[in-house]
Design a protein around this ligand. Structure first.
Ligand code: B12
Length: 298
């Protein structure tokens, strides 16, 4: 840190929050930098940053913001210097910095920072890079924390909504498709985990494939109807949990001419019981490759 201290943007990046969050904390909870430049810009020194980090750690640990701010304001040098992160704030050290930042922002329910991190990654890396590199690992980490009681379920809902919104924007901005036979994407009946299907749909659209995304909880008769009406080259069905991964009804889906390729993905499918000719894919890239192969693109 220079003698001038850090500006609000640099501190926000360090904490993985939006700059507006720091301004809100200052306004609402009176956690302010000790100095301002002659032009009135905020300047945070090491102690100011340590105070903010303590406030954030307490909030992530479940302390209400007002109380966290009071404790951070009152903290002496010893408390500010020792940063044993509470379990909720600990992101496995192996995670990429971007994943850590998104998980932190999600745990703090900082929607503005989440949207910025998600949108930047999608702009920079496309869905093919951002889903496996950032979005899926962050979702898995938040899911694991939620299951362990580390974060409340509303965090999972907010992160899902933020990712779904960003993926919808990508799909809407995709150029005209270069293929004609569509790829149909659906969740298995009663399967609410639609994120992978939305990610794959947006990613395939970004690659110029014609897609039809049917979303969450698609009953098999509805999927059958969509197959008859659209004559897809490939049908992708997602199941996240064993409750929705019964493969038997897949055998009764109608065929098309030329024949469609049935692809299944997600940890819910029971191995071994899939209808003959069904392709099971285990990664995002594997799903893209299977869809492209069904269209004769590779
Ligand atoms: C977001 C989320 C939700 C959101 C879904 C929002 C939405 N529109 O999608 C909401 C809040 C609605 C939700 C609800 C529920 N959820 Co939920 N949820 C999740 C979470 C955090 C992410 C889901 C997701 O997108 N997964 C996809 C990717 C990111 O994860 P993955 O499948 O593990 O990824 C692996 C592979 O599949 C592959 N991969 C990754 N991406 C892709 C993409 C493609 C195309 C392919 C082929 C492969 C692939 O790589 C990974 C490593 O191997 C997961 C955590 C998790 N690990 O999945 C829990 C999770 C799936 N949910 C879980 C549960 C229990 C539920 C509920 C039953 C909770 C409840 N009691 O109500 C309900 C309802 C379930 C239902 N009937 O559908 C459990 C399932 C446990 C189990 N094995 O049965 C999980 C695993 C959380 C946990 N750790 O316990 N959930």
């Amino acid at each position: 840190m220079t003698g001038m201290g850090l500006g609000v943007g640099a501190v926000a990046r360090r904490l993985g929050v939006a700059p507006s969050t720091l301004r809100t904390w200052e306004r609402r909870y009176r956690i302010a930098p000790s100095r301002h430049t002659a032009g009135g810009h905020r300047r945070y020194d090491e102690t100011d940053v340590a105070r903010l980090e303590l406030m954030q750690r307490l909030i992530l640990g479940g302390v209400p913001p007002e109380e966290a701010a009071r404790a951070a304001r009152a903290a002496g040098p010893g408390e500010l210097a020792a940063p044993p992160a509470p379990p909720a704030a600990a992101v496995p050290a192996g995670e990429a910095p971007a994943v850590r930042a998104l998980v932190r922002a999600a745990a703090a329910m900082d929607a503005a920072a989440m949207r910025r991190l998600v949108r930047d990654a999608l702009d920079r890396d496309g869905v093919a890079g951002a889903w496996p590199g950032l979005l899926a690992p962050a979702l898995i980490e938040i899911g694991a924390r939620q299951a362990a009681g580390g974060v409340p379920v509303e965090v999972e809902h907010l992160l899902s909504d933020c990712v779904l919104g960003a993926l919808a924007a990508v799909a809407a901005a995709a150029g005209p498709p270069v293929t004609t036979r569509p790829v149909l994407l659906a969740c298995a009946p009663e399967e609410q985990h639609s994120l992978p299907v939305q990610a794959l749909g947006a990613g395939l659209a970004q690659e110029g494939l014609e897609v039809r995304v049917l979303g969450a909880r698609v009953p098999y008769p509805a999927l059958a109807g969509a197959i008859r009406r659209t004559g897809p080259a490939a049908v992708f069905v997602w199941s996240s949990t064993a409750e929705t991964g019964d493969p038997r009804p897949l055998a009764d889906l109608p065929g098309t001419r030329p024949a469609l390729r049935l692809i299944v993905g997600g940890p819910g499918w029971a191995d071994g019981a899939l209808p003959a000719g069904t392709r099971r894919v285990r990664t995002y890239a594997g799903a893209v490759a299977a869809a492209r192969a069904a269209l004769g693109l590779d």
